[in-house]
Design a protein around this ligand. Structure first.
Ligand code: FA5
Length: 351
């Protein structure tokens, strides 16, 4: 509609103001500006241009009104644009606002597994006495796991440590490997590598085909202890294990050393700690004995020393194999070893 008189200007003003009021965002008011105020196709611009084609008598009144209208709409447009920009800023500030009075959201922090914590404390107790840490393979030769430890193929001691076997074909014939049943093969591995004096601890996982119960798992961790030198005696073994037990359980815990049999030591002993649950009276966890066995130990057998080229007339040594989970059970008063590897955070979070 081309505007040529004052009434048309009033109608144009009404439409322009109504549609500016309805423009809800910055894109809409830009569209409005193009419609009414753009230099090329704006309707108000056209109304100003129409001035030239009016008879001279009408021009003054029309001209005054059309310029006033243009000025008014330009001012309204600016005001509306500013209001919308302010509104957008307010919204950004409000939506991004942080309520500092709300409690913070804590992130869960992981920690070491209780068995790992115990293992580290065990190693620290031996490090204080000058022992170094060594490691050996979890998949082991029958040769190191049994034969060099004086447990030949037909020896009944193998029955106590049944495990998972792997047959490996080598150029020199078939040789069985297995998941090691204890850390003791590292006695041989360490002695083969070095000459006395030896003072090492060897931590690691072991595997047994075990009917599991409250104190037996099919995977267990041990720490092997080995000291070989001139003049080492059973008193050194006792003194070392005593230091270890006091360090782990404090001075008040009762510890018992009694005779036992392992083919690779002579004499052999076992160390037990009084049951934390029943205080020695006998319960399910200690199988009614009042004691929980924590390690096997003994004086390294002279034949084992000779087997690695050590002179058994000159050197003597002691060795021990300590169950890490058993120590953790006793320290924390846990009544079932199987809790450790269920990986239930409700259990693990307590340590
Ligand atoms: C041995 O493994 C010998 N190698 C220990 C040894 C080393 C003797 C050096 C002499 C010299 P034994 O099978 O008793 O022994 O295991 C040693 C310790 O490992 C046990 O006292 C116990 O603490 C832990 N242990 C053994 N079997 C399991 C099992 N199934 N679950 C959890 N802990 C176990």
């Amino acid at each position: 509609m081309s505007v040529t008189n004052i009434d048309d200007l009033d109608a144009l003003r009404g439409q322009a103001r109504a549609s500016l009021d309805g423009a809800a965002d910055e894109a809409a008011i830009e569209e409005w500006r193009l419609t009414y105020l753009s230099r090329k196709r704006g309707r108000v611009t056209a109304a100003v241009d129409a001035l030239k084609s009016l008879p001279p008598t009408e021009r003054p009144a029309y001209g005054k009104r059309v310029h006033a209208l243009k000025g008014e709409l330009e001012a309204e447009f600016e005001a509306r644009r500013e209001a919308l920009a302010r509104h957008r800023l307010d919204e950004m500030v409000t939506s991004g606002r942080v309520d500092v009075t709300l409690p913070g959201r804590s992130k869960p922090v992981g920690r070491l597994h209780p068995v790992t914590q115990t293992l580290r404390d065990m190693i620290a107790a031996f490090a204080e006495l000058g022992f170094q840490v060594a490691e050996g393979p979890e998949i082991e030769w029958d040769y190191y796991n049994f034969e060099k430890l004086r447990i030949p193929r037909d020896h009944p001691a193998r029955d106590m440590q049944d495990t998972f076997w792997i047959d490996v074909t080598r150029p020199d014939g078939e040789r069985p490997m297995l998941l090691r049943t204890h850390t003791s093969p590292n006695q041989i591995r360490v002695m083969e590598r070095q000459q006395p004096p030896v003072r090492v601890v060897v931590p690691g996982r072991c595997y047994r085909a075990e009917a599991t119960d409250a104190t037996h798992e099919w995977m267990l961790q041990q720490v092997e202890v080995l000291a070989v030198d001139e003049g080492i005696s059973l008193a050194d073994l006792k003194g070392t294990l005593d230091h270890f037990a006091k360090r782990m359980f404090g001075p008040d815990r009762r510890v018992m050393l009694h005779h036992s049999y392992f083919p690779f030591v002579e004499p052999g002993v076992e160390m037990a700690v009084d049951c934390f649950l029943c205080g020695g009276a006998g319960c399910r966890t200690c199988k009614g004995t009042g004691w929980i066995e924590i390690m096997g130990a003994g004086m390294v057998h002279p034949e084992a020393l000779a087997g690695v080229g050590y002179d058994p007339e000159r050197y003597t040594g002691f060795a021990a194999g300590i169950g890490v989970e058993r120590i953790a059970l006793l320290r924390h008063g846990i009544d079932d070893i199987r809790e450790f590897y269920k990986n239930d955070p409700r259990f693990l979070d307590q340590f």
